[in-house]
Design a protein around this ligand. Structure first.
Ligand code: SAM
Length: 228
């Protein structure tokens, strides 16, 4: 099959993903749907898995880590309520897909990953796609990036035992932090917003993410890897 017809197939699958996995579940914000339509998810999964890239689930990306379900990527992006112009921090680069979606909307995205090879892979895909507004960092994202703060949005794409204080401190006034919080294998999505000297907190749907490992996360150990 020619590359052009393969690209056509992926385009059709992506449109189907947006309509039936995302819009039908209630994510309707135009800039989020546009971003999900624009980013070629198949380039962020291992080459031998590309045919499954637009299916309704998380997938393995190596190093015991996962690329999240498309709906969860769209939902978490929506919860940040970005309008463009923001500086956003993502903790857990993984494949780079979520960062690429955020970069369609925000002005500048910083993404931090603890596994250097995953960060290197993501860099190559961004290069191939000519995405120039993502800055990659390797390290413990539970501590955030104090030299880049404040952020108008922060998203954590790994499960925290509790909200990391460093991330709350690095939120700008009015800024929103979205993250899964809970136990090792089941969590709820939380949204924190900085309002004056306080934070308003909201709890949303149940989710299951790989653990956030680090100083303000879980200790390194046996359960660090995905189990599917
Ligand atoms: N956002 C990713 C994507 O679009 O593919 C999916 C992220 S995956 C569910 C969670 C990622 O968080 C893993 O790649 C894992 O290595 C990373 N991670 C876990 N703890 C971390 C930490 N303290 N700092 C940075 N990355 C961390």
């Amino acid at each position: 099959m020619s590359t052009d017809s393969q690209d056509e197939i992926f385009l059709g699958q992506r449109e189907h993903m947006v309509r039936y996995q995302i819009e039908r579940r209630g994510v309707e914000t135009p800039n989020v749907l546009e971003a999900m339509r624009a980013v070629p998810r198949h380039l962020f999964v291992p080459p031998d898995q590309q045919e499954f890239a637009y299916s309704d689930g998380a997938m393995r990306i190596g190093h015991g880590q996962t690329i999240s379900q498309p709906y969860i990527v769209a939902l978490m992006t929506d919860l940040l309520k970005l309008s463009g112009g923001e500086k956003v921090l993502e903790v857990g680069t993984g494949s780079g897909y979520q960062a690429a979606v955020l970069a369609q909307i925000a002005k500048e995205v910083h993404s931090i990953e603890r596994h250097a090879p995953l960060s290197d892979n993501a860099y190559q895909v961004f290069d191939e796609l000519n995405i120039g507004n993502i800055h990659l960092h390797v390290g413990d994202g539970t501590l955030g990036l104090s030299d880049q703060a404040p952020f108008q949005g922060i998203m954590v794409t790994a499960a925290a035992p509790k909200v990391p204080k460093a991330l709350l401190n690095q939120l700008d006034q009015g800024g929103r932090l979205v993250l899964p919080v809970g136990r090792r294998f089941s969590q709820v999505l939380e949204v924190w917003q900085r309002v004056g000297a306080k934070y308003e907190q909201e709890t949303l749907t149940a989710v299951a993410f790989v653990p956030l490992i680090g100083e303000e996360g879980w200790p390194e150990g046996k359960g660090d890897r995905s189990f599917f």
